[in-house]
Ligand binder design. Structure first.
Ligand code: GRF
Length: 204
């Protein structure tokens, strides 16, 4: 088998998507991959503690008043030091600078809890619920320089029930996020796709 693909995870919070990715790596649902490093911009992120409990390399790189580009440069250096080939944003609550995106072209993924291009930005599940949509879901996409805008790799949908509130809907979406992210990572790592304009197209 070839050298494992090295994933870098960036998170800021609870890290349930990170844990789903780690479980999928361990179970072989993301073949030939390993988590090289978990980085958080928040030292007290529960996701960072969870990574340490699993014996993974987990580091906090806080902004500490630095400008975005300077903070990002420190994160880029850590990712390179750990030979990361694919970066997965998993609840990373900071915008990436253009320099960051250019350092890893088409190698940064994000998961967003809505069916983009609907409801970009914060609290997407609540935006969708308040809007009254009947179908909601999540999107895994490449990161580009605009917020929640890059090429879509895959989406998963959920129904919105009459009895839902935004919390029950969020939980239903989150369960799909955990499936979608691992699936998308495996697809990207396989290299079995082409990009046509804005379209991600799987090769047979
Ligand atoms: C998820 O809803 C994800 O879609 C969004 O941020 C949230 C992170 O949750 N980008 P978790 O930290 O992975 O549990």
């Amino acid at each position: 088998m070839s050298t494992p693909h090295r994933l870098g995870i960036l998170l800021s919070g609870r890290g349930s998507n990170f844990l789903a990715i780690a479980d999928s790596v361990a179970a072989g649902r993301i073949p030939n991959a390993e988590i090289a490093v978990v980085i958080s911009n928040k030292a007290d992120a529960p996701g960072l503690a969870a990574a340490r409990e699993r014996g993974l390399t987990a580091i906090a790189i806080e902004a500490n008043g630095r400008k975005r580009a300077e903070h990002d440069a420190a994160i880029i250096a850590a990712l390179k030091e750990h030979h990361v080939g694919l970066i997965c944003l998993a609840g990373y609550m900071r915008l990436l600078s253009p320099g960051f995106i250019q350092a890893f072209p088409q190698r940064i993924l994000n998961i967003h809890p809505s069916l983009l291009p609907a409801f970009p930005g914060l609290d997407a599940q609540h935006q969708a619920f308040d809007y009254g949509v009947k179908i909601a879901g999540c999107t895994v996409h490449f990161v580009d320089e605009q917020l929640d805008h890059g090429i879509i790799i895959l989406q998963r949908t959920v129904p919105v029930h009459e009895t839902d509130d935004s919390h029950t809907l969020s939980a239903r979406i989150l369960a799909e996020e955990h499936i979608a992210y691992a699936d998308a990572i495996a697809r990207v790592l396989s290299g079995n796709y082409v990009i046509e304009g804005r379209r991600y197209v799987r090769k047979q």
